[in-house]
Design a protein around this ligand. Sequence first.
Ligand SMILES: Nc1ncnc2c1ncn2[C@@H]1O[C@H](COP(=O)(O)OP(=O)(O)OP(=O)(O)O)[C@@H](O)[C@H]1O
Length: 257
Amino acid sequence: MLDIKGLTKIFSPGTINEKTALDHVDLSLAPGDFVTIIGSNGAGKSTLMNCIAGVHPADGGTIVLDGQDITRLPEHKRAKQIGRVFQDPLKGTAFDMTIEENLSIAYNKNRSRGLQWGISRKDRELFREKLRLLDMGLEDRMKEKARLLSGGQRQALTLFMAVIADPKLLLLDEHTAALDPAAARKVLELTDRFSEGEDMCTLMITHNMKAALEHGNRTILMMDGKIALDLQGTEREAMTVEKLIEKFEINNDRMLL
Ligand SMILES: Nc1ncnc2c1ncn2[C@@H]1O[C@H](COP(=O)(O)OP(=O)(O)OP(=O)(O)O)[C@@H](O)[C@H]1O
C-alpha cells in the first residue's frame, strides 16, 4: 500500500546548518497496517510525515502509495489520498464553520459537486449517522460552530474528517498529545476503530511509549533520520516500555511512559 525507498531529506544543504533529517529510509506498509512511530527529539519523525504528505520535497528516494508514484506530486494532489491529523486541535477544523460544514468540506474534497451548493439532505443524514459512531453527542449539534467544541471533541471531529473521504493513508502526528488523559484515550479508541479494515494504512507518531506498543500492529523507532528498530509480531508482543528505554536511549522531552 505504501512503499518508501531510500527517502532522504537534507535541510539547509551546503550550509553550516546542514541537517540530514531523513537518511535513506525504507518502509513498506501493507493494506490495513497501523504503524506507531517513536523516537527522540529531532529523530526525523515529523519530517518523514511531511515528506510523505508533500509538505517538504524529498531530496532522494521514492514514495509509492497504492501503486502510484507520488514522490513529485504537489501536496494538494496527495491530500486526495492522505488524511492528516496534527497535535493542535485548532488546526484541523475551520473555527467559524459549523460541524456539518466542516464535515461537508472533508467529505466532498474528492467529489465533483457540479453546480450544487449547500449540504444535501442525503449528506446531512450520512453525517448524522456517522457522528453517532463517535458517541459524543455531536450528531445533535451539527449546526453549532466548531469553535464551541472542547479540544477532545474537535480532535475526534478532525480525525473523523480525515477518514470520511476514504483515504489510502492516515497520518497522525502526536494527535492526542495536547489532550487531557480521558480525551486522549477516547481519541485513541476512535483511531483504533477507524484504522480497522484493509482499505487504508495508518502511521501514528506518539511520545507515549505505552500507547505506541498497545495500538496498531507494528512499531518503528527512529534515530538520526533512520529506522533503528521495526517491531512486529511476537517480538513486539514481548517488548515493554522499560526494555525499549533500556536498550535504546530515547530522549524525548515530552516522553510519557
Ligand atoms: N523546516 C526545517 N528546516 C530546517 N531544519 C528542520 C526543519 N524541520 C525539521 N528540521 C530538523 O530536522 C531534524 C528532524 O526534525 P523532526 O521535526 O522531523 O524531528 P522529530 O523526530 O519529529 O522530533 P520531535 O519529537 O522533537 O518532534 C531536526 O534536527 C530538526 O531541527
